[in-house]
Design a protein around this ligand. Structure first.
Ligand SMILES: [Zn+2]
Length: 275
């Protein structure tokens, strides 16, 4: 017989989880895409998890042509399903670009607001198949989300990639740099811009890695990244916001950082096209 303080396991299993609706979130973007001259809604493929069919949401924002081949940037959020702040930030960013398309002049942005749809619905870090998808890249993963995302990353050969996360242990904004050597020259001004909204993390060690002024130059194996050995190397940035901060501040900090990256990359390209 169980003591009164014990909760029967059957009851634990039936406690409902916070569920989130992908459709609700994407309605704003889908409506925008219907009338926008710049934004296209085009899912990046479908897959099945435990008998349920999912799409990989994908939006393409084509900025005004400035005569050159558009710069292809991949923006990714919610590879961890319990970090929706990045998703909301990308919705905000696309709304902002729709109002101010000159901010994206010269760019073609490939936006993946929900990289882990089942985890996003369930509000879990892992996918419903129990995988941390951000440890599975370029390692013969059988996970369908990984196969779709790898196909996108390989096919579009991005000039730059930015992944958005929120960290429930962080007390400030920070980021990881990898890929092209110029990446640090993009993250620094991006963190400066975010700083005006949410202060950056000042710790020497963040998430177990050495950090300087909120910038980390190492990282985990298997994170969402460019294919190994690809040349030229794209710039690769992971932005992390402190998840305990108010959501609107995290969104605004991420949007400010992303806008800055777009501006600064154009400047760097004009200065040193072969960097
Ligand atoms: Zn994360």
């Amino acid at each position: 017989m169980s003591t009164p303080t014990e909760i029967p396991t059957a009851r634990i299993a039936t406690i409902p989880r916070a569920k989130r609706s992908i459709a609700d979130l994407l309605t704003t973007l889908d409506r925008l895409a219907q009338t926008s001259p710049s934004l296209i809604a085009k899912p990046g493929g479908t897959f099945e998890i435990n008998g349920q069919i999912y799409e990989l949401p994908r939006y393409i924002f084509l900025g005004a042509n400035n005569g050159d081949e558009p710069i292809r940037i991949g923006l990714f959020a919610a590879i961890h399903g319990d970090e929706p702040e990045g998703t909301f930030a990308l919705v905000q960013l696309l709304g902002l670009l729709e109002q101010n398309p000159e901010l994206a002049a010269g760019y073609c942005l490939f936006v993946y607001p929900i990289c882990n749809p089942s985890g996003f619905e369930d509000n879990t870090r892992h996918s419903r198949r129990g995988r941390d998808l951000n440890r599975e890249f370029w390692n013969n993963s059988k996970e369908p989300e990984i196969q779709l995302l790898q196909r996108e990353i390989y096919h579009h050969a991005f000039h730059g990639m930015v992944s958005l996360h929120s960290d429930d242990t962080a007390d400030g904004v920070y980021g990881f740099v990898s890929g092209a050597t110029l990446t640090q020259h993009l993250l620094k001004p991006a963190l400066d811009a975010a700083d005006l909204i949410l202060p950056r993390s000042r710790h020497d060690i963040i998430d177990g890695f050495a950090a300087q002024h909120g910038i980390i130059r190492e990282g985990y194996q298997g994170v969402l990244s460019a294919p190994p050995g690809v040349r030229p190397l794209p710039f690769e940035i992971i932005l992390e916001t402190p998840q305990a901060a108010p959501r609107y501040q995290q969104e605004r900090a991420l949007v400010a950082a992303l806008q800055t990256i777009l501006v600064e990359y154009q400047k760097l390209m004009a200065y040193a096209p072969n960097l």
